[in-house]
Design a protein around this ligand. Structure first.
Ligand SMILES: Cc1cc2nc3c(=O)[nH]c(=O)nc-3n(C[C@H](O)[C@H](O)[C@H](O)COP(=O)(O)O)c2cc1C
Length: 198
């Protein structure tokens, strides 16, 4: 395939979408939507641990809460969660005090003091190990995955993995500000799914 020089960007290189969760000062759960996230291996003495890298852009409530608490949850966004996730991703928590009047079903973390989302098929509980300041308004949080909660139906090895992956129905945002399924069906542009919320 011939290639031409493109605009700098990560289109066509999909990453999963996550809702990062923390408790606000008033005790209510807070969520923001994030896609600059991936995994890494962390060798901890003799134990191989799984790490999670979260890049957070300009200053925002999610970053304030993560810095303050040193922990957060990362909840995989599936199709059922997309309208709410889109709302959380397009509503500024610092400027909209009523942002969190809309809530998913929240369950407390099993290991860490973080809110997790019952509707999400996979929830990580994360502890920040290091914050790296990359540039003005760009910070990378290197975390240890302390716990993973997975929807019961996804763990049965009798069902082929691909079937279970389709059942999990993660949503991607692989380019041009649009959401898609993992099989490539369009789920709308950023800011559209939230209009389906009642
Ligand atoms: C699809 C999508 C992906 C996003 N990914 C990121 C991201 O990886 N990093 C980031 O800093 N902001 C990202 N955002 C923007 C945040 O979700 C947005 O700043 C939101 O207001 C955060 O919530 P808060 O203001 O309550 O902290 C994304 C938004 C959308 C719609």
């Amino acid at each position: 395939m011939g290639k031409i020089k493109g605009e700098l960007g990560n289109s066509f290189c999909p990453q999963a979408l996550f809702l990062y969760g923390n408790y606000q000062d008033d005790g209510r759960p807070h969520f923001g939507l994030f896609s600059w996230a991936t995994y890494c291996s962390i060798q901890d003495e003799d134990t191989e641990c799984l790490g999670f890298m979260a890049c957070i852009g300009e200053e925002k409530l999610t970053k304030d809460l993560i810095r303050k608490q040193g922990v957060f949850s990362a909840n995989l966004v599936n199709q059922a969660l997309l309208p709410l996730a889109d709302y959380y991703g397009t509503t500024n928590g610092r400027e909209e005090p009523h942002k969190m009047d809309r809530q998913p079903t929240v369950e407390p973390g099993q290991i860490l003091q973080v809110p997790t989302i019952a509707e999400s098929p996979v929830s990580f509980e994360l502890k920040v190990i290091k914050e790296h300041h990359l540039a003005k308004g760009s910070d990378l949080f290197l975390c240890r995955i302390c716990n993973v909660m997975i929807a019961e139906g996804l763990t049965g090895r009798d069902t082929p993995f691909i079937e279970r992956l389709l059942q999990a129905a993660p949503v991607l945002s692989p380019g041009e500000s649009r959401y898609t399924t993992i099989t490539g069906n369009d789920l709308g542009g950023w800011g559209e799914p939230r209009t389906r919320l009642l």
